[in-house]
Ligand binder design. Structure first.
Ligand SMILES: [Zn+2]
Length: 260
């Protein structure tokens, strides 16, 4: 009997641990519940309240778009994405998870060396809106330390996991010179979609100034083959439609480095 209880306990602990690590590693799916510490505020309201600090898109006047890739680095997908970007001479923006940067530093250096912008995507994919102010700053600070040591600058752009961020956290970012960058085009590629569905999702809300969300890494159960396969076709499609593909620093006219 005692043995049976012990086994059951171990099983529960193992399941809990695997759920936790899956959550920490999972890309930007919708967060199921919010913390009621502050009232929920829509992205549109945040954009209006914090112009130039909370951003979902660039100028609508110019046919430029920015490709952004979250949850990097991931040796399964990031190198293939970098190869395609290099082959088509496209520069993009990668939002890096601090703990993954520690694990795969060479890959972060490669992203930087190949001319892409680097942004902060938290240390372990935490849901910012569920964190205390100090825990929020720690997520950013720890990642910032790792990234500065690898690429030589402190990134200005922050992408909150799941796009979830509280008004007070945006206010702190403003004071510190950071820019919170969400998106207006969601490929929904974290759902392990085929390349044709990834492309279809991107076309739905694409317009001049769009910031396109895709992923260059994922949890163990996620398959981003569709993202990798869609990329050459996406680049060709965008260029045929007259779009210029730029980094976030080019789209937003702000340096990727906080100090410049
Ligand atoms: Zn993410």
């Amino acid at each position: 009997m005692r043995l049976r209880i012990s086994l059951a306990t171990i099983l529960v602990i193992l399941i809990s641990l695997s759920c936790l690590s899956a959550l920490q590693a999972s890309p930007d799916r919708p967060v199921p519940k919010r913390l009621n510490r502050e009232p929920a505020v829509s992205w549109v309201t945040l954009q209006r309240r914090y112009p130039g600090v909370f951003i979902m898109n660039g100028s609508r006047q110019t046919k430029r778009v920015a490709l952004t890739f979250d949850d990097a680095p991931d040796p399964r997908y990031t190198p293939a994405i970098l190869d395609t970007l290099a082959a088509y001479k496209v520069r993009a923006t990668f939002f890096i998870i601090g703990s993954r940067a520690v694990e795969y530093p060479t890959l972060v250096k490669r992203i930087h060396k190949e001319g892409h912008d680097i942004g902060n995507h938290s240390y372990n994919h935490a849901v910012f809106s569920l964190l205390s102010e100090s825990a929020y700053r720690k997520q950013l600070g720890q990642t910032d330390d790792v990234l500065a040591s690898l690429v030589g600058y402190h990134p200005r752009f922050i992408r909150p996991p799941y796009g979830e961020v509280l008004p007070s956290q945006v206010a702190w970012a403003k004071l510190s010179g950071y820019v919170i960058v969400n998106w207006d085009v969601d490929s929904v590629d974290w759902r392990s979609l085929s390349s044709s569905l990834v492309l279809r999702n991107i076309r739905k809300t694409l317009q001049p100034g769009s910031i396109i969300l895709q992923h260059a890494g994922g949890g163990s159960s996620q398959d981003l083959t569709g993202t990798v396969k869609a990329l050459p076709e996406l680049i060709v499609m965008l260029r045929k439609s007259g779009y210029e593909l730029v980094t976030l620093s080019e789209l937003l006219h702000k340096t990727a480095s906080l100090q410049e």
